[in-house]
Design a protein around this ligand. Structure first.
Ligand code: ADP
Ligand code: ADP
Length: 226
């Protein structure tokens, strides 16, 4: 099932002489359980593509479809609601709340979404275990290594069972060995949750471990092998 579909997406910034055309007729489909790596030079439009996919920005043309919902006809509230119920985001820097334990950091978005405490705790432990940081549940972020912090951040992004997981350089801040570990953990999470994932990375070795690599060229999303 395609959870994320971009069709003929057009996005530019500015106008006239200073116009920057980032995406001109971009197409991209990411299936449930599929991990797509986005590898492109700085300034090519990776963040723009992630923001459009995460409904933080709107395209000037084309359609962004999440879980079959066409978003071009939605208003701001509809987009925000759809984003909150379907998108999980992993940042380069984890942005965990320092005063709260790993478990509490993962539980919080679920409580905000209205889930009962016991159920949220159960789900959090399931995710922390899956990512190999279950034994760190009661530690605060400062007591965790960089790789552990990032795995907790991944658990938090997945807490509300997003159908689409977006990540912007999720291992950009980690050493190569830890990057491998975190990327593999993210991969197994995506498979077991059946989420569609788009992951921007500069790391070619990691990208090769994704199901597919895409890049940005002339305003299009193209298969890396082409
Ligand atoms: P990447 O994430 O690959 O580095 P971005 O998506 O951030 O690329 O940016 C793509 C291009 O669009 C760049 O030339 C950037 O300067 C331009 N751009 C991005 N956001 C804006 C904006 N809000 N206003 C003007 N130009 C922008
Ligand atoms: P809240 O205020 O409830 O945290 P937001 O509207 O800020 O909700 O974000 C909703 C969803 O969008 C979250 O899953 C968040 O991780 C994701 N998100 C945040 N930043 C980005 C981004 N730059 N691109 C795509 N999605 C994002």
């Amino acid at each position: 099932k395609p959870h994320l579909v971009l069709t003929g997406v057009h996005r530019h910034y500015g106008e006239g002489d200073t116009i920057v055309r980032v995406l001109e007729a971009a197409n991209l489909t990411v299936q449930s359980g599929e991990m797509v790596a986005l590898v492109a030079p700085s300034g090519a439009g990776k963040s723009t593509l992630l923001h459009l996919s995460g409904l933080l920005e709107s395209p000037q043309g084309g359609e962004v479809e999440i879980t079959g919902v066409k978003t071009s006809k939605l208003g701001d509230r509809g987009r925000t609601q759809l984003r909150r119920s379907t998108v999980g985001y992993v940042y380069q820097f984890h942005h965990l709340l320092p005063e709260f334990t790993a478990l509490e950091n993962v539980t919080m978005p679920q409580l905000i979404a209205g889930k009962p405490q016991a159920e949220a705790d159960r789900r959090s432990m399931e995710l922390l275990d899956l990512l190999g940081v279950g034994q760190r549940a009661s530690h605060r972020p400062a007591e965790l290594s960089g790789g552990e912090q990032q795995r907790v951040a991944i658990a938090r992004a997945a807490a509300n069972r997003p159908k689409v997981i977006l990540a912007d350089e999720p291992t950009g801040n980690l050493d190569p060995e830890t990057s491998d570990l975190v990327f593999a953990a993210l991969g197994s999470l995506i498979k077991s949750e059946g989420a569609a994932a788009l992951i921007a990375t500069h790391n070619h070795d990691l990208a090769r471990k994704a199901d597919r690599i895409v890049t940005l060229r002339n305003g299009l999303v193209v298969d890396h092998s082409l």
